[in-house]
Design a protein around this ligand. Structure first.
Ligand code: B12
Length: 225
């Protein structure tokens, strides 16, 4: 796929143009382009540009909302394509996913969920603005292996710690691995709050989830109940 197409994808997000974004995504699928390539090289750079311009006061909340709509339109086309990659795989583990309390950013988390599903994980997405107690209750109900917590705001990042604490309080911490992510989140932060892992993007989240499952299996063998 040409650089022109990737820059048109990027621009469709900056312009907040869902119809164009959707049409470009369909073109990519028709041309046999890997959906993740279209996302990572075309549409996501558009979101980054929007974030930068918003940070510099050159774009405002309605613009950012329009851009999010355009991103959703592209994802509505690419998501089913990504999911197709995962059919016929053995179940890799059960993951509860959500964006932390006070935070309504969902695009990155949805991408993480899609790729985990595509790689055989059974994902239950709790949505946005999710409390630690809600994470813990669902983890118990579904006997989850991993809880994945997204946060996009420096103010809501601290609620990731609340999720770790809620799992501890519910007596589930030893059974459930916690992974955290989101633009302001770092490996250091993950360590500080006692999470088991951090990943910077959706592909790394898949690798992380696999390695957390391996650790879980190893410790289950080492400590039989
Ligand atoms: C789109 C957007 C919105 C949309 C969200 C729409 C939606 N349905 O999601 C809307 C318009 C609603 C919005 C609102 C706000 N936003 Co906003 N938003 C963004 C923007 C431009 C893009 C986010 C995005 O979708 N990125 C694309 C995805 C693919 O990337 P990602 O989210 O980082 O996810 C990847 C990784 O982080 C990782 N990952 C994500 N989650 C997880 C979870 C796990 C477990 C793992 C392992 C990995 C992982 O993998 C993902 C895929 O690769 C960012 C800018 C930015 N650069 O992040 C600002 C940004 C996050 N927003 C910001 C702000 C300030 C706000 C508002 C407070 C604005 C306001 N004045 O009201 C509100 C907050 C509302 C709230 N309570 O949550 C700031 C945050 C500043 C800060 N440091 O705290 C940013 C950075 C913009 C800026 N430069 O100032 N926003």
């Amino acid at each position: 796929m040409s650089d022109d197409t990737f820059s048109a994808m990027r621009q469709s997000i900056i312009d907040g143009a869902p119809d164009t974004a959707s049409a470009l995504a369909r073109q990519a699928v028709a041309a046999g382009i890997a959906p993740l390539e279209a996302i990572n090289h075309g549409f996501v750079p558009g979101m980054h540009a929007v974030g930068e311009q918003f940070g510099q006061g050159k774009m405002f909340l309605p613009d950012m909302m329009a851009s999010a709509e355009a991103m959703r339109a592209a994802m509505a086309v690419l998501d089913p394509e990504l999911k197709k990659l995962g059919t016929e795989r053995p179940m890799a583990g059960v993951v509860i996913l959500g964006t932390t309390q006070g935070d309504i950013h969902e695009i990155g988390k949805m991408l993480v969920g899609t790729l985990l599903s595509a790689h055989g994980f059974r994902v239950h997405d709790l949505g946005v603005d999710v409390t630690g107690e809600q994470f813990a209750a669902k983890a118990r109900e579904l006997n989850a292996d991993i809880v994945g917590v997204s946060a996009l705001l420096t103010t809501t990042m601290r609620n990731q710690r609340g999720v770790v604490e809620a799992l501890e309080k519910a007596g589930l911490r030893s059974q459930v691995q916690v992974m955290v992510g989101g633009a302001p989140v770092t490996r250091k932060w993950a360590e500080e709050i006692g999470a088991d892992g951090y990943a910077k993007d959706a592909m790394s989240a898949v690798a992380l989830a696999r390695s957390l499952m391996e650790q879980k299996t190893r410790s289950a063998v080492a400590e039989p109940v």
